[in-house]
Design a protein. Structure first.
Length: 151
């Protein structure tokens, strides 16, 4: 269940607020292969299951940018801004990939509002999204996402 903000202005006093967690998602080989097709990144550690079995991770791993792209799936699951005419992804400030995501892993996103400020016509919010791997001490990805919401 997402944390719901009644309007963009409600984001301003929410700096420091943890937004909760998304649902868990299993990273299946089909998703990895589809990402490889979409991006042209067919490196063997991602798509060659036989070779990857004897590689450094013991199996295929998700692309870092596939893991990053899951922020788009997870963010609406943890945060909702009502009474807007439009919300846009404005970019990101930092992206890190502390741990690989082996095929078959379950991942989820959690977030915290780290800044919010008024911009022309709306509010810009930075959410630090941490994509966790179930059972891992290190996250798969940490990204400071920037979104703009317009009333």
């Amino acid at each position: 269940m997402p944390t719901i903000f009644d309007n963009p202005a409600a984001l301003l006093p929410a700096v420091g607020q943890h937004l909760g967690y998304s649902d868990w998602l299993v990273i299946e080989q089909q998703r990895i292969n589809q990402f490889a097709e979409a991006t042209g990144d067919h490196q063997w550690i991602h798509v060659d299951e036989a070779r990857a079995a004897s590689g450094p991770f013991g199996k295929t791993i998700a692309h870092g940018y596939l893991t990053l792209s899951l922020a788009n799936l997870f963010l609406p699951q943890i945060m909702q801004v009502d009474n807007i005419s439009m919300g846009v992804n404005y970019g990101c400030e930092k992206v890190r990939f502390p741990a690989p995501v082996p095929v078959g892993s379950r991942v989820r996103g959690g977030g915290e509002i780290i800044s919010a400020e008024e911009v022309k016509g709306g509010v810009q919010v930075v959410v630090r999204m941490t994509i966790e791997i179930e059972g891992s001490d290190r996250p798969a990805c940490v990204i400071d996402t920037i979104s703009r919401f317009f009333p």
